[in-house]
Design a protein around this ligand. Structure first.
Ligand code: C2E
Ligand code: MG
Ligand code: MG
Length: 728
């Protein structure tokens, strides 16, 4: 070996006397896990160790005398460019006399394999100070390089931008991919930590700094954080940053940190969309109950913080919504809700002189079904909430056009103001709901401001519903009375109307107008209606058997809309007729004008009833929304003029004229007409003069039990062969 003595010097101290330097050198060269080659000054190889043979794939004999300049292999730089022999570390060491450090070179071996070498070269100086040769050491880094390249590929394929931070000096470098991700030209940004501070969204800066600090405090988990970074075009891009310290000083203080940034904008947008969806009512696009509770809480906090800051909760429910849903179908119901939402929003536009909206946030909220809440914030005084409520009522009571059909729906509104700011959002909503029920029970289409005593009344209503359920089960508290319907000129009774009565064990008599709406709302009306129908059919059979031809020719039974839409009504009526044995022509069913909407399902049911042979009467005519034309559009036999017309006709030409018009129209359509609520002889005379054939009212008889009717029939029996005169 002709190795440089410098190398031997390093190990002389530990050598034993019996082993020569040359032997130690030889052993060292054999054992070294690095390739070592010695060049002469002309570049030719004079020596090579075993690792050099292995790495280069050539035997020592082949290597000796070979000139690196006349390569047997192709050499490349990291970027794939040819590595010229003039730039070889050995060449440079020989020509410049300078040490060469950490040169990376790719080597294509004669057998086709490629190796990556990390090379150091050291010039060998003669005693005269001339460059006499060069010693080249090289490490096979193929495996490590491949790992690094694979990692780079992976990072690139994953769309990750990488960064490296020199913590002490404040240098911060991003790779090309990072620049592309954020829309900057490589090198466009100053590679300093301050650049990062400028790019991160001001609102996210604290979070990002805190994440870094807590990572430095405990490095057992990698650093992770999400924040927004400004892109080249000014947009904010959400990035997920992850990284770790890759170098630290002797005291364990971090010196260098590296990691990746991933663009997570899409995920963030999706998350935002999901959270918006969780706060929005899908049907109307209004905020939902969650959003409302959030906002209520904020209003409450503010009103506690700033005395005098006023807000109000308006809870509203639509009086006809169930009706529309049941009769026109769910699509129509949905459409109605959408139109309601649009109107409400328009009525609550920001810039309102009564209520200013916060940041243009919509205040109308749908919290389920036909229940909406309006939050009116920053009121000047609590009473202004009533002005908002009145305006909403006015806007919402205008007719709606649902699939070409005019629909009317009024709202009932319950108001709670921030006088009760001590209440939590749920309690506030409950109170507003209670006030809304009060508005409903006071006649709908109105607003009511909450007061403490309302809780008791709501409790009462709940109790009453339970009582009605019990009454229907025990069959003792409910009974049916019958009121005569007479021919005006002869005063002969031609029929009776069945009217339900409830004798409550503690409250006494409860009028139908006080419990029928409750029964309708709770659904108990179906059962109640069935009870009246069954009773009326059986009672009518009893009269027929005891009075024969003198029995009332028809018995009229009132129907609620819920009965028509909720149950298989025609089937039930057919069953009752069959079970009781009452002929169909003896049964008359009364429907009210409020459901005289043009609804094909309803008309279908009415037709089915008539097909059974049952006759149909339109009750309370003149009070609803429909007009004389509904007489033609519904399958009817009888029209009953409402009591309000009978009582007002004497003093009001309008009412008298309307009765006349109804009579003319009914005549043209071959409908019978009954005037309701005739209390005086004068009224009876005037009706007779107008040409009204039939009447009902206290003048002819109050509603009475079935038995009383039989008794009166027996008494009157002698006087007439068919029917009997009610007045003496
Ligand atoms: P309606 O069907 O219009 O019944 C006529 C109402 O007018 C009855 O009130 C009757 O007692 C009352 N009335 C009759 N003649 C006179 C009169 O000369 N003067 C005055 N001031 N009132 C008179 P009632 O029995 O209190 O029933 C009220 C309403 O409750 C009924 O109006 C009907 O819509 C409903 N209703 C009664 N029974 C039933 C039932 O079994 N089912 C359903 N669905 N509704 C019923
Ligand atoms: Mg009636
Ligand atoms: Mg009536």
């Amino acid at each position: 070996m002709t190795m440089n003595t410098d190398l031997s010097l390093g190990i002389t101290a530990s050598a034993t006397h019996s082993v020569s330097t040359a032997e130690r050198m030889a052993a060292l060269l054999l054992a070294l896990p690095v390739g070592v080659i010695e060049h002469r000054s002309d570049g030719s190889i004079v020596d090579a160790n075993r690792e050099a043979e292995r790495i280069l794939g050539l035997s020592r004999e082949q290597l000796l005398g070979m000139s690196s300049a006349a390569s047997h292999w192709r050499t490349v730089h990291e970027d794939g460019e040819d590595f010229l022999s003039v730039d070889y570390p050995s060449t440079l060491a020989l020509t410049t006399g300078q040490s060469q450090r950490d040169t990376v070179m790719g080597l294509k071996l004669p057998d086709g394999r490629q190796r990556w070498l990390q090379i150091n070269a050291e010039p060998l100086m003669s005693e005269e100070g001339e460059v006499a040769g060069a010693l080249v050491c090289f490490l096979d880094t193929t495996e490590a390089s491949e790992h690094r390249r694979l990692l780079e590929l992976t990072v690139d394929a994953a769309g990750l931008g990488t960064w490296e931070w020199q913590i002490e000096s404040g240098g911060l470098r991003f790779n090309d991919r990072w620049h592309a991700m954020l829309g900057y030209a490589p090198g466009e940004l100053t590679p300093r930590t301050s650049t990062w501070g400028d790019l991160v969204h001001p609102a996210d800066l604290t979070v990002a700094m805190q994440a870094l600090e807590s990572y430095f405090e405990d490095r057992s988990q990698p650093y992770r954080c999400e924040f927004r970074v400004q892109a080249g075009d000014g947009r904010w891009i959400w990035v997920l940053a992850a990284g770790a310290v890759i170098e630290q000083d002797n005291d364990g203080r971090p010196r260098r940190m590296a990691g990746v940034h991933l663009d997570i904008t899409q995920r963030k947008q999706l998350e935002q969309a999901l959270s918006d969806a969780a706060m929005t009512d899908a049907l109307t696009q209004l905020p939902n109950r969650h959003a409302l509770c959030d906002r209520l809480q904020r209003c409450r906090d503010r009103s506690i913080a700033h005395a005098g800051s006023c807000y109000a909760v308006l809870f509203m429910d639509f009086d006809r919504f169930k009706l529309v849903n049941d009769s026109l179908g769910h699509d129509a119901g949905d459409e109605l809700l959408r139109q309601i939402a649009t109107r409400m929003q328009a009525a609550l536009r920001p810039g309102d002189e009564i209520a200013r909206l916060v940041d243009g946030e919509p205040t109308a909220v749908r919290i389920g079904g036909d229940e909406f809440v309006v939050l009116v914030d920053r009121l000047r005084r609590p009473s202004d909430a009533e002005r908002v409520a009145q305006r909403l009522l006015d806007v919402l009571r205008q007719p709606y056009d649902i699939a070409g059909q005019e629909v009317l729906s009024t709202a009932s509104i319950g108001i709670v103001t921030s006088d009760r700011a001590d209440r939590d959002p749920d309690a506030l909503l409950r109170d507003a709901d209670t006030a809304m029920y009060e508005a409903k029970s006071r006649g709908r289409g109105r607003y009511v401001v909450f007061s403490e005593d309302m809780h008791d009344r709501v409790r009462d209503a709940v109790r009453l519903e339970a009582d009605l359920r019990r009454a229907l089960n025990n069959g003792q508290e409910l009974h049916v009375l019958y009121q005569p319907i007479v021919e005006l000129d002869t005063q002969r009774m031609v029929g009776v109307e069945a009217l339900v009565r409830w004798t409550h064990p503690t409250r006494g008599e409860i009028a139908p107008n006080d419990f029928i709406p409750l029964a309708e709302e709770s659904g108990l009306i179906v059962e109640l209606g069935n009870f009246v129908l069954r009773t009326a059919c059986w009672d009518a059979m009893t009269w027929r058997s005891s009075l024969g031809l003198r029995a009332p020719a028809t018995v009229s039974v009132n129907l609620s809309r819920a009965q028509i839409v909720r149950s298989a009504l025609a089937q039930q009526v057919a069953d009752q007729l069959r079970e009781s044995g009452l002929p169909a022509h003896a049964l008359r069913l009364e429907i009210t004008e409020t459901f005289a909407m043009q609804d094909s399902d309803l008309i279908y049911t009415l037709e089915a009833l008539r097909a059974l042979g049952v006759s149909l009467a339109l009750d309370d005519f003149g009070t609803g929304y429909s007009s004389l034309s509904s007489l033609d559009q519904l399958p009817l036999d009888v029209v009953k003029i409402d009591r309000s017309f009978t009582s007002k006709m004497a003093g009001s030409e309008y009412h008298a004229a309307l009765i006349e018009a109804t009579l003319r129209m009914a005549k043209a359509l071959h409908l019978e007409v009954v005037a309701e609520g005739v209390e005086t002889k004068a009224q009876a005379d005037q009706l007779l003069l107008l040409g009204c054939p039939l009447a009902q009212g206290w003048l002819f008889g109050r509603p009475m039990p079935a038995l009383a009717l039989i008794e009166r029939g027996m008494v009157a029996g002698a006087e007439a062969r068919e029917g009997w005169c009610v007045s003496a």
